[in-house]
Design a protein around this ligand. Structure first.
Ligand code: SF4
Ligand code: SF4
Ligand code: SF4
Length: 175
C-alpha cells in the first residue's frame, strides 16, 4: 500500500517541475550557449561586455550575468563585446550566433496605430534588415526570418506597440 510519504511526493513532483522551469534572458550576441553565462559570467570581474558597448545596452543582472536592454537603443552587432570578453562566453568564433539575439519581437495590433488606420513608419526606418513588412501603408508585421532581434525598433514606436520576449539561444544554419 502507498505510504503517506509516497502520496505527498506524487503531488509535489509536478510543482517542482514548474518552479524549475528555466528563466530565459535576452543575452548579448556572439554567445554560444546559456550555460556559459551561468558558469563564467557570475565569476567574471571585468564585466567588459558592459564597458565595451557604445550603445550602452548591456546591463548586469543581480546574478552577475549580462542582459540586453532595448529601452533607448539597439545592438549594432559591432563585435566590441565579443572582442572584450576574456573568458570567450561571447566570441567571434561563435559564427552561428554572430548577428542574432535571442529575442522575439512582436507588434501589438491593438496598440499599433498603423493597424488602426493611421499612417506611421516609425519602426520601419531603423530596421536595417527590412524585417518589418507593411501591407501597403498599414498593418506592419515582423518577419521572424529576417529579424535579428537588434531591438532598434522598440524604442521608436510612439505607442509602445512593440514588445519582445527572450527565446532559447539559437544556432543559425552554417552558411
Ligand atoms: S565580459 Fe564576458 S564573461 Fe564577463 S560578464 Fe561579460 S559576457 Fe560574461
Ligand atoms: S555587439 Fe556592440 S552594440 Fe551589440 S551588445 Fe555587443 S557591444 Fe553592444
Ligand atoms: S524588426 Fe527585428 S531586425 Fe528590425 S529593428 Fe526590430 S528587432 Fe531589429
Amino acid at each position: 500500500m502507498a505510504s503517506r510519504r509516497d502520496f505527498l511526493t506524487a503531488f509535489r513532483k509536478p510543482l517542482e517541475k514548474v518552479t524549475e522551469k528555466e528563466e530565459l534572458i535576452v543575452r548579448p550576441p556572439y554567445g554560444l550557449e546559456e550555460s556559459l553565462f551561468q558558469s563564467e559570467c557570475v565569476v567574471c570581474e571585468s564585466k567588459a561586455c558592459v564597458s565595451s558597448c557604445e550603445e550602452e545596452i548591456v546591463l548586469i543582472r543581480a546574478d552577475g550575468t549580462p542582459m540586453l536592454n532595448f529601452s533607448k537603443k539597439g545592438c549594432t552587432f559591432c563585435e566590441a563585446c565579443a572582442e572584450a570578453c576574456e573568458p570567450d562566453v561571447l566570441s567571434l568564433n561563435n559564427i552561428h550566433t554572430s548577428e542574432t539575439i535571442n529575442a522575439r519581437f512582436i507588434i501589438s495590433t491593438e496598440a499599433c496605430v498603423a493597424h488602426n488606420d493611421v499612417i506611421c513608419f516609425s519602426c520601419k526606418e531603423p530596421c536595417i534588415d527590412d524585417a518589418i513588412l507593411f501591407n501597403g501603408l498599414f498593418n506592419p508585421v515582423i518577419d521572424m526570418n529576417l529579424c535579428t532581434g537588434c531591438g532598434f525598433c522598440q524604442s521608436r514606436c510612439p505607442t509602445n506597440a512593440i514588445s519582445y520576449e527572450a527565446t532559447q539561444i539559437k544556432q543559425k544554419e552554417a552558411m
